[in-house]
Design a protein around this ligand. Structure first.
Ligand code: ADP
Ligand code: MG
Length: 697
């Protein structure tokens, strides 16, 4: 049995290592800087860097890197070794405070949207000392933010930190009104549940669509899919179990609190959930988790698929973003409290979230928009593209009572004191679990369930933090001016519920009735990425982000551009891959199988002209008919891809990719999948769905 407590965090330069290895004064100064969120003094940095280097070398590291999260969605690193030439021709191992605090990667090869044109190509990375350095693969990794020299954020991390600051500022104003002067800092916390598929690596490599696009572009349904519902929480197979064990151990070494693992709904689908952490750390850890999921799979002869929809006809993968707000005194602000005043405070924060989700449905939808996730949202396996929130019957009854000024009649459970005088009594944690809601209250946190499995959680949390910060700002503006706090608080909560309850829906989000009902309520239904993304740069949203210093206007436009381009490029690559596979694999299969059948029929006729050849003829007839279709659909797709360059406007272009190219891809796929059901196994070059989904034991 391994010594897990000792293993945990063994590759992290965490607080206890700092305490043990840094001179007392330096440790204190570093802690102060971290707590104050200020930049590090170079003298302190030099001492920290040296201690870090010694520690890393003891752990076998030879290199260091600034580890950052550019807009590509994956992490980036450029390794430098610690070596430095000494006078006598030998080397010494060095790492300076300057190297720790700031790096200068060339920014010009990372996506920057419009920013590259207007700003310098040079960028710099700056250590985020709230996220600990760690060792990965013999390299000391320093979590950093990535900015241009003019200070524009070029990464996903910087705006996360800014949005946390925005929320901290506004939440502190509210807490002050409740007399919570002891609270010095408010943070948001996130626990992201991560879904993924595991397939055999050899088979994966035989599928260019998986290799280039991360999802299958073809594949007839296997005789068995997920209909028996026998995979969810099923026994984990030995090969998968060995993989999960190693994954967990490696994550523990990196201080990632990997906690829960189980089989998911679809065959070959699994999930890993960590214990929640501060948002910026959770963001780093989720990136590390996805990276290790892939690299460790490789070691086990497996391929880990993180795509939102690797297989048609079975569930795709998502990520559940469990989100809450906490104080540095350890209080979860989204947890109903024990005293009337705490419950009033809880209801105020709850109202802020309700109003935020309603006012900024568009942004929440934008934050989960991508070509991959378009396959899931609204497709009866994931929440719809309509944003709404689930509060559960109990809490809904409570806020209805508040709105109507009536007494809340309890329905059992432990009774809690509530209210600033007029607010009703209510009960703790009796929330139902509604699995279909995009945004569900689950007792002491919200679970945002629309994220795709490949997503960095940065984007959705930047939005969540910022929109709630804005509502808290509005509330604080009103309440700070109040002469009668209790009464004004009550009115504020009441009015907020009245004006925003349309966003609350506790029923089945997968039903068609809901789509109609949502339309009646005036909720947005932004079905695809090109429908959603333009909202990112609407004036109300530009105002929001600039007001809270989360994005400048140019940063916002650059992100919009990157997301739009990403959408078009993804479909472009998929279309080209499809065309290539049809030409190199499918057409040769169709022809060789027809050749074999024709050969058999010919031989039979030669041997004895009276022998029946109905089977051969029928098959040849069907294959020829489908072969003609195949050719026609291929031709249409090729033409539509060629015409893509005629659209220079980004929005127009993205719509063209959706409405023309994507649709033509589906038509081509339809023909290929039908051909697959007719063609003999030996003639079909691609591993089938059955083989991919049921091969790992
Ligand atoms: P589910 O029932 O949705 O599968 P899990 O128990 O698998 O839920 O995951 C719940 C997630 O929510 C875990 O990652 C957990 O750490 C996280 N969580 C719990 N409390 C909080 C909180 N206060 N803030 C953020 N996340 C939290
Ligand atoms: Mg969940």
């Amino acid at each position: 049995m391994k010594d897990i407590p000792n293993l945990f965090g063994s590759l992290v330069f965490n607080d206890s290592v700092m305490k043990a290895r840094l001179p007392k004064e330096t440790y204190k100064k570093l802690k102060n800087t971290i707590q104050a969120g200020k930049s590090l003094d170079l003298e302190v940095a030099n001492v920290v860097a040296n201690a870090m280097k010694d520690w890393a070398i003891e752990k076998g590291a030879t290199h260091y890197t600034h580890w950052f999260q550019p807009m590509t969605g994956v992490t980036a690193e450029k390794h430098d070794s610690f070596i430095s030439p000494d006078k006598d021709g030998s080397i010494i191992m060095e790492f300076s405070g300057k190297e720790l605090v700031q790096g200068e990667p060339d920014a010009s090869s990372f996506p920057s949207g419009g920013l590259r044109a207007t700003f310098e190509a040079r960028g710099y990375t700056a250590w985020d000392p709230t996220s600990y350095a760690f060792i990965k693969d013999g390299t000391l990794c320093i979590p950093t933010a990535f900015c241009s020299y003019s200070g524009e954020a070029l990464d996903k991390k910087t705006p996360v930190l800014r949005s946390m600051q925005a929320l901290n500022k506004q939440a502190l104003r509210i807490l002050k009104l409740f007399g919570k002067d002891e609270v010095k800092k408010v943070i948001t916390t996130v626990g992201p549940e991560q879904e993924y598929f595991l397939v055999d690596k050899e088979m994966y490599e035989k599928r260019p669509d998986l290799v280039f696009c991360g999802r299958t572009l073809f594949g007839a349904r296997p005789p068995k899919g997920q209909e028996m519902e026998d995979h969810y929480f099923g026994t984990i197979k030995p090969r998968v179990s060995a993989y999960m064990k190693e994954l967990e151990e490696e994550l523990w070494k990196l201080g990632v609190l990997a906690k829960t693992k189980h089989n998911e709904v679809a065959p070959a689908q699994h999930e890993l959930a960590p214990i929640f952490n501060t948002t910026n750390i959770a963001t780093d850890h989720n990136q590390l988790t996805m990276e290790l999921m892939k690299s460790i799979a490789n070691k086990h002869g497996l391929a880990c698929l993180l795509h939102e929809k690797p297989f048609a006809g079975v569930n795709g993968s998502g990520k559940h973003n469990n989100w809450s707000i906490s104080t540095d005194t350890g209080v979860n602000l989204l947890e109903p409290g024990d005293t009337p005043s705490e419950n009033a405070q809880f209801l105020l924060f709850l109202s802020a979230v309700i109003k935020a989700v309603d006012d900024y449905q568009d942004l929440l939808r934008v934050s989960v928009a991508s070509a991959g996730n378009d396959h899931r949202l609204g497709a009866n396996e994931a929440p719809p593209a309509i944003v709404s929130m689930f509060l559960g019957d109990e809490l809904t009854d409570i806020i209805t009572a508040i709105e109507n000024g009536t007494n809340y009649i309890d329905k059992g459970k432990s009774e809690m004191e509530i209210g600033v005088r007029v607010l009703p009594k209510f009960f703790k944690d009796t929330t139902d679990r509604n699995r279909t809601s995009p945004f569900a209250f689950t007792g002491n946190k919200f679970e945002f369930r629309m994220l795709g499995s490949t997503f960095s959680i940065a984007g959705p949390n930047i939005i969540l933090n910022t929109i709630v910060a804005e509502e808290l700002r509005q509330f604080a503006d009103i309440l700070e001016k109040s002469n009668n706090f209790d009464e004004d608080l009550n009115t504020l909560i009441k009015n907020t519920i009245r004006d925003h309850k349309k966003i609350i829906f506790n029923g089945n989000n997968y039903s068609d009735d809901w789509i109609q009902e949502a339309e009646k309520r005036g909720l947005l239904n932004l079905k695809t990425t090109p429908d959603a993304l333009p909202y990112f740069i609407h004036s109300k949203n530009i105002e929001l982000f600039t007001k809270h210093h989360v994005f400048s206007e140019s940063e916002l436009y650059s992100r919009y551009e990157i997301l739009m381009e990403n959408y078009c490029k993804t479909i472009h690559i998929e279309a080209l891959t499809m065309i290539d596979i049809v030409k190199k694999f499918i057409i040769p299969s169709v022809l060789s199988y027809q050749g074999e059948i024709a050969g058999i029929a010919n031989s039979k006729k030669q041997l004895n002209p009276t022998l029946q050849c109905e089977l051969e003829e029928k098959l040849l007839h069907d294959l020829s008919r489908l072969g003609n279709y195949l050719y026609a659909k291929l031709d249409t797709l090729e033409t539509s891809v060629l015409n893509a360059k005629n659209h220079s406007d980004l929005l127009e272009s993205s719509k063209y990719y959706r409405e023309s190219i994507f649709i033509n891809m589906q038509h081509l796929r339809g023909v290929v999948d039908e051909l697959e059901t007719l063609i003999g196994k030996d003639h079909w070059a691609l591993p089938t769905y059955g083989e991919l989904l049921f091969s790992v034991n």
